[in-house]
Design a protein around this ligand. Structure first.
Ligand code: ADP
Ligand code: MG
Length: 325
């Protein structure tokens, strides 16, 4: 018997992928942020995301409004990751019979606020009783306007790796929460992430952007999906990782390694993409004019090796695996 813990999350997904069959309408099946489907000439993007009590959220640590917001944000981020436009959501909920219905109303208030901000509407779902904690499964349906979208495949040797925003803040917020430290801005980043939808659409229109995904499990690990799918290697420069003053101050006070949060911190929902370096100066300028969000070059793709290296070495761990592999 092979246990999930031995396979790891991605080993398991690979095994599922080998079992499934496909159809003519499937442009991208298992393996990217969304499935890409040809719907009679329209390019449809679909993704699903689980959000579980005590795994992804703790009702004692966040308001139900924020929990709802984050459940929707995590799902919508996969549309952002491909540069798509979210349109519809479905939300399935499993909860014990004793759950306070007012809490769930607050949950929906936060969930629908995030959907509204992203331009998506909730059109259905399913409800069931369960024994344990609350389980939420969101499905998002979106479209690639004019058929333009980015996948994890397409990074070329010589491309640079760039990331939006400050990818370590959310994980530092979780650290603050678990340790009872006061760090309101980091906690906010953890509880109320913003999927980079407009930014993703903008990047998908740039010819010079070759591949993209969102950082959900940690920058280094997620960068590994770009190298694997694109068949190239990557050198990340640790000193270039964007940190930000809040995270720097937090780590100084609590004697923590800032770059660990930026390299391996999950639930960042920032965009990570491969870019032709020739386009870099103009793209940086234009992006910063368009959005109040930083953009940082943190690495370079290479054909000299096939893995992700940080400062020339294979990193110990670059992110989160649900089965701890
Ligand atoms: P993300 O972090 O972007 O949400 P995941 O790492 O969760 O993506 O999933 C990677 C790919 O594997 C996606 O294409 C997803 O649809 C697919 N996938 C994940 N779990 C399963 C599963 N149990 N069965 C089929 N496909 C799955
Ligand atoms: Mg993703």
């Amino acid at each position: 018997m092979t246990r999930l813990g031995d396979l790891g999350e991605f080993g398991f997904i690979d095994r599922v992928r080998r079992q499934v069959t496909t159809s003519e309408q499937v442009i991208e099946g298992i393996g990217d942020d969304c499935a890409v489907l040809d719907f009679h000439g329209q390019t449809m993007l679909v993704s699903t995301d689980l959000f579980l009590e005590d795994i992804h959220f703790r009702p004692s640590a966040a308001s139900y409004k924020d929990i709802g917001w984050k459940a929707a944000a995590g799902c919508l981020s996969d549309i952002a990751a491909m540069g798509g436009t979210p349109r519809f959501m479905l939300l399935s909920l499993a909860a014990p019979a004793g759950t306070n219905a007012d809490d769930l109303e607050d949950f929906y208030t936060g969930y629908l606020a995030m959907c509204g901000k992203a331009g998506a509407v909730l059109v259905g779902g399913d409800t069931t009783r369960c024994q344990g904690g609350i389980t939420i499964d969101s499905i998002v349906i979106g479209e690639a306007v004019d058929g333009r979208y980015l996948t994890r495949c397409g990074a070329k040797p010589g491309d640079v790796l760039a990331v939006t925003g400050l990818p370590g803040k959310s994980a530092a917020g979780l650290h603050a929460q678990e340790n009872g430290h006061a760090a309101p801005k980091l906690l906010h980043a953890h509880h109320k992430p913003t999927p980079r939808i407009a930014e993703g659409q903008w990047l998908a229109k740039c010819e010079a952007v070759h591949a993209m995904l969102d950082v959900s499990d940690g920058l280094v690990q997620d960068a590994g999906h770009l190298t694997e799918k694109s068949g190239v290697g990557l050198d990340i420069d640790r000193a270039s990782l964007p940190i930000g003053k809040d995270l720097e101050d937090y780590c100084a006070v609590h004697k923590l390694d800032v770059s660990e949060f930026a390299m391996a911190g999950g639930e960042a929902y920032e965009l990570l993409f491969a870019l032709d370096p020739k386009a870099l100066p103009n793209l940086l300028d234009d992006f910063c004019k368009e959005f109040a969000l930083g953009l940082t070059v943190v690495g370079e793709f290479t054909d000299k090796h096939e893995e992700v290296r940080v400062d020339g070495k294979t990193p110990r761990s670059g992110g989160f695996d649900h089965f701890g592999k």
